[in-house]
Write a protein that binds this ligand. Structure first.
Ligand code: SAH
Length: 378
C-alpha cells in the first residue's frame, strides 16, 4: 500500500544529502536495497521471469542438484558431522535450496541429520522460501545476519549473494584518489560526483587490487571496494577455520584484480540508470573474487581446521567438472524432444562461455585434500 504521507525513498535520500552532504555509493546501495520500508529486497519481488532478473537456479534444477552433490559429498568426507547444518546466504525464492535438498536427502543419514538455515533480509522472499521448502520436514531456521548461525561445522552456499552487498568506488583524479559520491545537481536530481581528496590511497588497496602486476592506473580510473563483502567473508573463513565445514559461492565478477566501474542497475531484465527509481530496481556490482579469496586466506591462518581456498574457477568449469553434461543426459534420456531441447538450452545458459559460464565465477572454502572441484592448487 502506498502511503501518500510517507516520503518516497528518493525524497528521503535527497533530504539526507541536503542535510549532511553527498553520500557514498555504499550508503546509497544499502538504502536502495535494504531500507526496511522501501528497500528493493525488503519491499519488492525481484526474481524470476516477471521480476527484474533471472538466476542460475531459476534457469534449471541442474544447478542446484550439482551443488547438492558437492555439499553431500563434502559433508560425508568431513566425517558426517551431526547435525548437518546446511546454510544458504540470500536464498531468493528457495529454488536452489529445494534442488539441493532433494539430492542431499538421497543419503538417509544426511536427511536425518539435516538442519536448514536461510540467511535473508527480505520478508517477502522469506515467505516464498517457506512455501518452496514446505515439503521438507527438517528443522528450518531463518536468520537476518550470519551472527546467529550455530557454532558448529557449517556447509554454506550463496548464489548471487555478494553482488548485492554495498561497494565504495574511488576515482583517480590528478594523481589522487577521491571517493565517488552521490549528490544533487542544480535541479535537485541525484548525480554522481567526486568527494574531497583523500590523503591516502583507498583503504585496503593492496588487498583489493594492488598486486605487483597491476598496471598503474590512468586518470579517471575507478577502483571498487566492498568492505561489507570482505567482513562477511572474514566471518565465514574464521567460522569454518574454528568449527569446520565448507562454503561455495557463485557470482558474476572477476578472478583477477582490475579497475573499472561495474556498479549497475537491472530493471525488467535490462540495464537501467542506477540513480533512477531508488529502491525499485536491483543494484549490483561485480564481485571482486580475488579480494574475497585473499580475505579468506588471511583469516584462515592459524585456525584449528585445515581449510583451503582453491584458485577461482569459472561457473562453467565447476558445473562441467561436477558432471553437468552427464546429469543433463540422464534427465533427458527417453524424454520428449522439447524437454531435451530445454535441457540443452539450460546447459548452454549455465555453462556456455557466452552466457553465465565464464562471467560467473566459483569460490570455495573446503577441507584440504578433497578430490572435488575446484581442486586446490599449490
Ligand atoms: N540466491 C538466489 C537469490 C539471489 S538475489 C538465486 O540465486 O536466485 C539476492 C538474495 O540475497 C535475495 O534473497 C536477497 O533478499 C538477499 N540479500 C540481499 N542483501 C542481503 C543481506 N545484506 N543479507 C542477507 N541477504 C541479503
Amino acid at each position: 500500500m502506498i502511503d501518500p504521507t510517507h516520503p518516497s525513498l528518493e525524497e528521503r535520500i535527497r533530504q539526507m544529502i541536503t542535510a549532511t552532504g553527498p553520500m557514498s555509493l555504499a550508503d546509497y546501495m544499502s538504502l536502495c536495497l535494504a531500507d526496511p520500508q522501501d528497500g528493493y529486497y525488503t519491499a519488492q519481488r525481484p526474481i524470476g521471469a516477471k521480476g527484474d532478473f533471472i538466476t542460475a537456479p531459476e534457469i534449471s534444477q541442474l544447478f542446484g542438484e550439482l551443488i547438492g552433490i558437492w555439499m553431500r559429498t563434502v559433508w560425508q568426507m568431513s566425517g558426517r558431522p551431526m547435525p548437518f547444518h546446511l546454510v544458504e546466504l540470500g536464498p531468493g525464492r528457495g529454488t536452489l535450496m529445494n534442488d539441493m535438498l532433494r539430492v542431499v536427502c538421497q543419503d538417509p543419514e544426511a536427511a536425518a541429520a539435516l538442519h536448514i538455515h536461510l540467511v535473508d533480509i527480505s520478508p517477502t522472499l522469506r515467505a516464498e522460501q517457506e512455501a518452496t521448502l514446505a515439503g521438507f520436514q527438517q528443522t528450518k531456521s531463518w536468520h537476518e545476519t550470519l551472527d546467529s548461525l550455530p557454532s558448529a561445522p557449517l556447509f554454506m552456499v550463496g548464489n548471487e549473494f555478494f553482488d548485492c552487498l554495498p561497494i565504495h568506488q574511488w576515482v583517480l583524479s590528478e594523481g589522487r584518489w577521491h571517493e565517488r559520491v552521490i549528490g544533487l545537481d542544480e535541479r535537485g536530481a541525484l548525480t554522481f560526483g567526486i568527494g574531497p581528496v583523500r590523503a591516502l590511497a583507498p583503504p585496503q588497496q593492496d588487498r583489493a587490487f594492488g598486486t605487483a602486476n597491476t598496471p598503474p592506473p590512468a586518470q579517471g580510473a575507478i577502483l571498487e571496494h566492498s568492505p561489507a563483502s570482505e567482513a562477511i567473508m572474514a566471518f565465514i573463513a574464521g567460522h569454518l577455520g574454528d568449527h569446520g565445514g565448507a562454503a561455495l559461492f557463485f557470482d558474476y565478477g572477476h578472478a583477477a584484480p582490475g579497475y573499472g566501474d561495474t556498479f549497475q542497475a537491472m530493471s525488467h531484465h535490462a540495464h537501467a540508470d542506477p540513480l533512477r527509481a531508488p529502491g525499485r530496481q536491483d543494484l549490483t556490482a561485480h564481485v571482486n573474487f580475488d579480494a574475497l579469496r585473499r580475505t579468506a586466506l588471511a583469516e584462515l591462518g592459524g585456525r584449528a581446521n585445515s581449510i583451503t581456498v582453491p584458485a577461482i574457477i569459472t561457473q562453467g568449469n565447476f558445473l562441467l567438472a561436477m558432471g553437468l553434461l552427464q546429469r543433463a543426459g540422464q534427465l533427458g534420456a527417453g524424454k520428449s524432444p522439447e524437454l531435451q531441447d530445454q535441457l540443452q538450452d539450460a546447459v548452454e545458459r549455465l555453462a556456455g562461455p557466452d552466457h553465465m559460464g565464464e562471467l560467473f565465477k566459483c569460490l570455495a572454502l573446503m577441507p584440504a585434500g578433497l578430490p572435488l572441484p575446484p581442486l586446490a592448487t599449490a
